[in-house]
Ligand binder design. Structure first.
Ligand code: G3P
Ligand code: MG
Length: 240
């Protein structure tokens, strides 16, 4: 079971910053989950919300600011003074950080409250050009976005995100051409998992933050979990 650090090692470091990603590497995560948006000047940047006010000392929407404007803000202090000065990362910075590792990267396309024209095209182009196609899973709650990714790049691995109640997820994943599904862990059980496995669909669950649940899904043979606590879960599961 692969452990993905959700927004980096986000229980300790400010989420979706280079500090959180470096820490994910350091604690031995085998994957990183992160969220992408598009700036006003068309740069792929990493942050969770459409608006930067929760995680920075700025205000406003990513789509209305250039990268230069966004980089003036502090994305670390909200988590603690020790992290003051963390900037919003570009996707390219994250790719450079993990280039010489074997980490998987789960890129969540944020395409809901704000629709970013051309985001999928830019994303596929970058992932291809940087040689990361085999290491990336594209996920989104917007499944039209994932269909477009597959259309742009048939080799891309995609994963629909959902909370609950998807009917026959193995059939749905096949219809979408998805390699994985990414449901909330509360929506997965052994019977569904068996159907998915028979159909060659992988499963990564979010957001598993306790050892007991992680252990249960590891025993079931799930492909991966996405967690805010990569260090604790790695220690508990692999170094009991
Ligand atoms: O990809 C798993 C999880 O990140 C989806 O929800 O809101 O944390 O991006 P969210
Ligand atoms: Mg996410």
């Amino acid at each position: 079971m692969r452990i993905y650090a959700h927004r980096g090692n986000s229980s300790v470091y400010p989420e979706n910053t280079m500090a959180a990603f470096r820490s994910a590497l350091h604690v031995g995560a085998e994957g990183i989950e992160t969220d992408v948006h598009l700036t006003k000047d068309g740069i792929l940047v990493i942050t969770h919300d459409e608006d930067i006010s929760r995680v920075s000392d700025g205000k406003g929407q990513v789509k209305d600011m250039t990268l230069e404007e966004l980089q003036k803000y502090d994305f670390g202090s909200w988590k603690g003074e020790a992290y003051k000065g963390e900037k919003i990362p570009t996707l390219k910075e994250l790719l450079d950080l993990i280039r010489d590792t074997d980490l998987m990267l789960n890129i969540e396309i944020k395409m809901g409250f704000v629709l970013y024209p051309g985001l999928e095209e830019k994303l596929v182009e970058m992932i291809r050009a940087e040689g990361f196609l085999h290491r990336v899973i594209f996920s989104s709650f917007n499944h039209y976005s994932l269909a477009l990714i597959k259309q742009l790049e048939p080799e891309a691995k995609t994963a629909p995100l959902y909370e609950c109640g998807l009917f026959q997820p193995h059939d749905y994943a096949k219809t979408l051409g998805a390699s994985y599904i990414h449901p909330s862990y509360t929506s997965m059980d052994p019977r569904l998992l068996e159907d998915l496995r028979k159909n060659g669909i992988g499963v990564n669950l979010w957001t598993v933050n306790d050892v007991r649940t992680a252990h249960y899904f590891n025993t079931l043979g799930i492909d991966g979990i996405i967690t805010d606590y990569p260090e604790e879960l790695i220690q508990a599961l692999w170094r009991p």
